[in-house]
Design a protein around this ligand. Structure first.
Ligand code: ADP
Ligand code: MG
Length: 255
């Protein structure tokens, strides 16, 4: 108790997300190797790196979809608990958007955005519906509210998934390759919503291959390889002058 009072979550300049000495194995595979990372309030961090380097696992540990073997993760000064109600509450503060949109297929778009608010956040339904409509407008799919996910394009579905995550009023949003499953013509409409969110001050961690987005929206680029953060810098510095051979090699393949 004393401990949690001692941590002032609104303390100026306290990082919002802190990973410290985080290690994780999948059997013999050391998938996260001594990860130390602090993410400031309002910061947009883009995570890039070769396939299998641990980007998704890193994201998933931040809302405890994956456990860690050692180290600690705190969100707004509070350690992620192992389980129980407290975990559900903290997890609700970390929004996550995946490559596959993961909408509830048998619920309307509106209901997809209402549900978590009512069930997890215990918000009354009328208010949840108002919030859902506002958020759907904000991501440009207000007119689709009464349709089912399958009636929407991939880009629209992903924007609904973003609205659904925002409806939980998260402190940080994690995006794991949110545009990778989209047809090319739909990528920009999703990135545009993310750019707006970043401009509005949302704290974001984004795994993406969209280097244009990284250049224009990120405050910091983290380059991961073999479970480690190998290099990090501003996008400008990282893309024009990567330091490590791994990063140079990676960039030569994708740019
Ligand atoms: P990335 O997102 O950078 O492509 P991942 O975090 O998905 O990388 O995966 C990192 C490594 O961990 C890969 O070698 C992958 O095969 C392995 N991995 C991921 N999830 C699991 C799991 N649930 N069980 C076993 N191995 C896993
Ligand atoms: Mg991945």
């Amino acid at each position: 108790m004393t401990e949690s009072f001692a941590r002032d979550s609104s303390a100026a300049n306290a990082p919002l997300v802190v990973l410290s000495g985080v290690n994780k194995h999948f059997g013999a595979l050391h998938v996260l190797q001594d990860i130390n990372l602090e993410i400031a309030q309002g910061e947009v961090v883009v995570l890039i790196g070769p396939s299998g380097s641990g980007k998704s696992t890193l994201c998933r540990t931040i809302n405890r979809l994956e456990t860690v073997d050692s180290g600690t993760i705190t969100i707004d000064g509070r350690p992620l608990p192992a389980e129980g109600r407290e975990l559900a509450r903290l997890r609700a503060e970390v929004g996550m958007v995946f490559q596959s949109f993961n909408l509830f297929a048998h619920k309307t778009v509106l209901e997809n955005v209402v549900l978590g608010q009512v069930k997890v956040r215990k918000i009354n339904r009328d208010r949840a519906v108002r919030t859902a409509r506002e958020l759907l407008e904000r991501v440009g799919v207000g007119a689709q509210a009464d349709k089912f996910p399958a009636q929407l394009s991939g880009g629209q579905q992903q924007r609904v998934a973003i609205a659904r995550a925002l409806a939980m009023n998260p402190k940080v949003m994690l995006f794991d390759e949110p545009t990778s499953a989209l047809d090319p013509e739909m990528i920009n409409e999703v990135l545009e919503v993310m750019r707006q969110l970043a401009a509005d001050g949302m704290t974001m961690v984004v795994v993406t291959h969209e280097m244009g987005f990284a250049r224009s929206a990120a405050n910091r680029v983290l380059f991961m390889a073999d479970g480690r953060i190998v290099e990090q810098n501003t996008p400008e510095a990282f893309f024009t002058a990567p330091r490590s051979d791994r990063a140079k090699d990676f960039l030569s393949k994708i740019l």
